[in-house]
Ligand binder design. Structure first.
Ligand SMILES: [Mg+2]
Length: 328
């Protein structure tokens, strides 16, 4: 199977419009199987071991048709990186037509965080705000920051304020019950996400299809924890996003918009993806041959990715795929 993956491999470099988690361009690997295109795009610093579920997800996309969608379009949220300034923020918000929810990245300098949230409140008074801390606060910092942020207005939920489940549990005990906590890293970086006890720590589970190892496993994780879920992306190309949309369409309708509109942060992509009236359409995405060529990385980078895929395959993806009984 490794040979089949490498045979149809394309690696592209997608420039971003803005600095997003220190990234100004995004390299992603794409390959085509009998059921469609798969995307393998762990961030560059991820080890082969950490990348194992990402490759399993890509193989699943290439080999297994997604479940029958329960709905054909998915409500999505805007994502605002950690930038400041009314003009800059207004420009980013304009990339998400019709979105009624925005996820704001925070967790750096609190003064700048408050300023960023204040700008959004002024520019879009009716928009629902959720914040994503990426585990950057201690329990005490989180308690103080959430208090200060709540004074500007209500927050839909706080995503991953602290790193560990114990910290999240301690924080929840201190906070009023109206403050909801969403778990992202604590689920997707766990070695056994199915065995976590999220009780008293997390109210909402973020489902990211690639780091969780594909649609089948994400649905199993959602079922196991039986909490509300929000399907989100990891700055993927239109191919990876379409897989997240397929996962979202297989889950029950939720009151929460999904974090799948991050394509708006890319300056170029391998296929068109549209946000209209705050939603995105579920469906098959075929990368354009022309764009695969014009966005292709150098031979040197392609060789690096081939080596990375081989290492990831041997670090555990192969075993996982064999356990599933998937053949190519
Ligand atoms: Mg997050």
């Amino acid at each position: 199977m490794l040979d089949s993956i490498l045979e149809s491999l394309h690696v592209v470099d997608l420039p971003t419009k803005t600095n997003f988690r220190g990234v100004t361009s995004r390299e992603v690997a794409l390959f085509q199987g009998p059921a469609g295109w798969g995307e393998f795009s762990p961030f560059l610093e991820y080890s082969p071991k950490e990348s194992v579920p990402w490759l399993v997800s890509a193989v699943e996309a290439a080999l297994i048709s997604p479940p029958t969608p329960l709905r054909d379009s998915i409500q999505v949220n805007a994502t605002l990186p950690a930038i400041n300034g009314d003009a800059e923020i207004a420009e980013v918000l304009s990339w998400y037509p019709g979105c009624t929810t925005v996820k704001i990245k925070v967790g750096g300098n609190l003064i700048q965080d408050l300023d960023r949230i204040g700008s959004v409140r002024t520019l879009a008074p009716d928009i629902k705000i959720r914040i994503d801390v990426n585990a950057n606060w201690s329990v005490d910092e989180a308690f103080r920051a959430i208090g200060a942020i709540s004074e500007i207005g209500s927050i839909e939920y706080v995503e991953q304020p602290c790193s560990t489940l114990d910290e999240l549990r301690e924080l929840k005990r201190k906070l009023p019950p109206t403050v909801l906590i969403a778990g992202d890293e604590v689920v997707r970086k766990a070695s056994h996400p199915m065995e976590l006890n999220l009780a008293g720590a997390v109210d909402i589970v973020i489902l990211k299809v690639a780091p969780l190892g594909g649609i089948k496993r994400s649905l199993e994780i959602a079922k196991k924890h039986s909490l509300p879920t929000v399907v989100s992306s990891a700055l993927e190309s239109a191919v990876g996003i379409s897989y997240g949309l397929a996962l979202a369409s297989a889950t029950l309708e939720s009151q929460y918009a999904c974090g799948l509109a991050t394509g708006a942060l890319l300056r170029a992509d391998v296929a068109a993806s549209f946000i209209a009236q705050g939603s995105m359409k579920v469906g098959v995405v075929e990368p354009s041959t022309q764009l695969l060529a014009s966005l292709a990385v150098s031979q040197e980078r392609l060789d690096w990715w081939r080596g990375r895929i081989r290492d990831t395959w041997l670090a555990g993806s192969q075993q996982w795929v064999e356990r599933e009984g998937w053949a190519w």
